[in-house]
Design a protein around this ligand. Structure first.
Ligand SMILES: Cc1ncc(COP(=O)(O)O)c(C=O)c1O
Length: 308
């Protein structure tokens, strides 16, 4: 990751070095924040944010779920204000390909009660490059984690709540320790849920399948995009349930996420998927997605929000 010059903090652009919070911030101690990860692509019409409205909606829905009011430094923020703040952060930094807004409880108190704690918002724009590291474009090795995806009974699985990501971090550590780049988590019913920061797809018996939302997954914006793109290309796509055996013996597997984009998987738990190389369906979808996000396919132009 390359750091940039300025961070949006509670309505002001501040220098990267000056974007600080107190050690007693509620979110730092108890995970009480909601965040987003959003990609910015270079297109023939200038830099564009991919599906910005959907990201802002999910961010605001997460805050509603957590009871977090959108008032930072005494000013109330609405949907359009947050959209504009994100675009401003992209405009005021150079070479940006990823933006991370985070709305969190700040304050300087000890105690769990979140009611009445001040709220802050930070928007960071960086150059991320390849999220899964060099070589991931040749196919990722993943493991099935021993950690379960936190389900809807213990956390709002459909919102990107900071504290819930402690489980993703445990699963990611397990993956990296085993020499893999990602981990997929099963849900508490033993069905395939999702990866630490990506949704998962398989291709079996001529059909594309991805876990349905009731499997306690985050309804990924890339997942949603890819379902539509695959159907538009004539593939059959089912949002369904599947288990570890079906995952490991699938013809193809790939992950989708804002950071990882469309990431083909070539090994699950040290077992090759197909012949251990990227399959034709994942290849085709990855290439189509790469063109869409770079503004090369006019039918999907509504997914791009131009910054200038
Ligand atoms: C747990 C989890 N699942 C899936 C995704 C993929 O979602 P999206 O495609 O909206 O980035 C993410 C990333 O935001 C995530 O954190």
């Amino acid at each position: 990751m390359d750091k940039t010059e300025k961070i949006w903090l509670d309505g002001k652009m501040v220098k990267w070095e000056d974007a600080k919070v107190h050690v007693l911030s509620h979110a730092l101690n108890y995970g009480t924040g909601v965040f987003e990860g959003i990609r910015v692509y270079q297109t023939p019409k200038g830099p564009a944010v991919f599906r910005l409205k959907d990201h802002v909606k999910r961010l605001m829905d997460g805050c509603k779920f957590m009871g977090i009011d959108l008032e930072f430094a005494g000013k109330k923020y609405g949907f359009d204000d947050i959209m504009e703040a994100i675009k401003q952060t992209v405009r005021e930094n150079k070479n940006v390909d990823y933006v991370k807004p985070c709305i969190f409880l700040s304050g300087e108190e000890v105690g769990l009660n979140p009611v009445g704690v001040p709220v802050s918002m930070a928007i960071t724009a960086i150059h991320m490059g390849e999220y899964l590291g060099k070589g991931a474009d040749k196919g990722a090795k993943i493991i099935v984690s021993s950690w379960h995806r936190p389900d809807n009974l213990c956390a709002p699985a459909g919102a990107k709540v900071n504290g819930v990501y402690a489980t993703s971090c445990l699963a990611k550590r397990e993956a990296v320790t085993r020499g893999a780049s990602e981990a997929v988590m099963l849900n508490s019913n033993g069905l395939v849920g999702e990866c630490t920061g990506e949704n998962i797809f398989i291709y079996r018996q001529g059909k594309i399948m991805t876990p349905k939302p009731s499997n306690s997954i985050l309804q990924g914006i890339t997942r949603n995009s890819l379902v539509q793109v695959a159907r538009d290309l004539g593939f059959t796509v089912e949002e369904t349930d599947f288990c570890r055996t079906e995952l490991t013996t699938a013809d193809e597997v790939w992950m989708t996420g804002t950071a990882a984009e469309v990431a083909p998987v070539t090994y699950v738990d040290e077992r090759p998927i197909g012949d251990g190389t990227i399959g034709p369906v994942a290849s085709k979808l990855r290439a189509r997605f790469a063109d869409i996000v770079r503004g090369k396919v006019p039918e999907y132009d509504a997914w791009l929000d131009y910054v200038n």
